[in-house]
Design a protein around this ligand. Structure first.
Ligand code: PEP
Ligand code: MN
Length: 337
């Protein structure tokens, strides 16, 4: 249920309404808009809508949200959420490209990567310190050491950094070292992890699970939102289908549906969808055309030597080509690259 307050409602009236909601064992989440405050009431509110709330003096109207995802839904928040990190805005008119290597491998590799990203105008670099690998014998990431390298690169080059979080125990230290956290596809329904990243104030990229429906994806985002973190960026990264020509099937239809269902920014990761670099530029252009707010892509200074996902990582010169070819596509859909 949503309670929309009248414009210019006094703080004491808002506080007293919040207390009334809590007294009914319901959870109030207040959103202060430019003009008015909206209070989202979470919990079992089926019987509450016609229960006298609308006759309280400061209340303009009371509405029921029918979608199972409440805070993520457009019914709750009709205008798009714009997330600010450093000087970058995600979900606004800019098209944001987050790029970098799959993993942090060593200081030389990550410093070279950051310089390469900066030379191409990329403002946020991706690189994982904790790696979810199919085989336990594959490179597992540098862990905390990798986080320290990301922080160092950030301090020395000024690039913002983004990395994956896999374990609830690492949320605090990861949030101290990087600008944006990412919950990977394999952890989309790790509910304890979702709750924990819901308690921090840094943006979180939530990737769609490899076999998750759009509804399950939005319900996962709801876990983060309802714990207080409103800075959630959804990421379509391909789902598992019968097709074997590529690693996963990039579901751009989901990007179209999500724009209708949610106010949250939506980015696309074509690298983990395709699994092969020759498709990346085309899929990036298609993502921009369908209305995505940005991309998450893998680029490596030397893909042949990459310790993970080399086959799908772009060569440095391909990043330059990609950005050049993306520009007119973004312009055609009213976005600035
Ligand atoms: C990644 O982005 O590094 C990654 C592991 O992707 P996904 O979780 O989508 O498989
Ligand atoms: Mn990867």
């Amino acid at each position: 249920m949503i309670i929309v307050l009248k414009p210019k409602t006094k703080k004491e009236d808002i506080d007293s309404l919040i207390e009334k909601i809590k007294a009914k064992d319901l959870k109030p989440v207040a959103f202060e808009g430019e003009e008015r405050t909206v209070i989202h009431v979470l919990g079992d509110t089926k019987e509450e809508v016609g229960n006298g709330w609308s006759s309280i003096r400061c209340v303009e109207k009371v509405m029921r949200i029918l979608k199972p995802y409440k805070l993520a839904s457009k019914e709750h928040h009709s205008h798009k959420t714009v997330i600010r990190v450093g000087g970058v805005t995600i979900g606004g008119s800019d098209f944001v490209v987050i790029a970098g290597p799959c993993s942090v491998e060593n200081e030389k590799q990550i410093m070279e990567s950051a310089k390469l990203m900066k030379a191409n105008g990329i403002k946020i670099m991706r690189a994982s310190a904790f790696k979810p690998r199919t085989s336990p014998y594959s490179f597992q990431g540098l862990g905390i050491e990798g986080l320290k390298l990301l922080k160092k690169v950030r301090e020395e080059t000024g690039i913002l950094v983004e990395t994956e979080i896999m374990d609830v125990r690492d949320v605090g230290i990861t949030a101290e070292h990087v600008d944006v956290l990412r919950v990977g596809a394999r952890n989309m329904q790790n509910f304890d992890l979702l709750k924990e990243v819901g308690k921090i104030d840094k943006p979180v990229i939530l990737k769609r699970g490899i076999a998750a429906t759009i509804k399950e994806f939005l319900m996962a985002a709801e876990y983060i939102l309802m714990n207080g973190n409103k800075n959630v960026i959804l990421c379509e990264r391909g789902i598992r289908t019968f097709e074997t020509a590529y690693r996963n099937t990039l579901d751009l239809g989901a990007v179209a549906v999500l724009q209708k269902e949610t106010h949250l920014p939506i980015i696309v990761d074509p690298s983990h969808a395709a699994g092969r670099r020759d498709l990346i530029i085309l899929l990036c252009k298609a993502s921009a055309a369908v209305g995505a707010d940005g991309l998450l892509i893998e680029v490596h200074p030397n893909p042949e030597e990459s310790l993970s996902d080399g086959a799908q990582s772009l060569y440095p010169e391909q990043l330059t080509t990609l950005l050049k070819e993306l520009k007119p596509v973004c312009a055609a859909v009213g976005r600035k690259l």
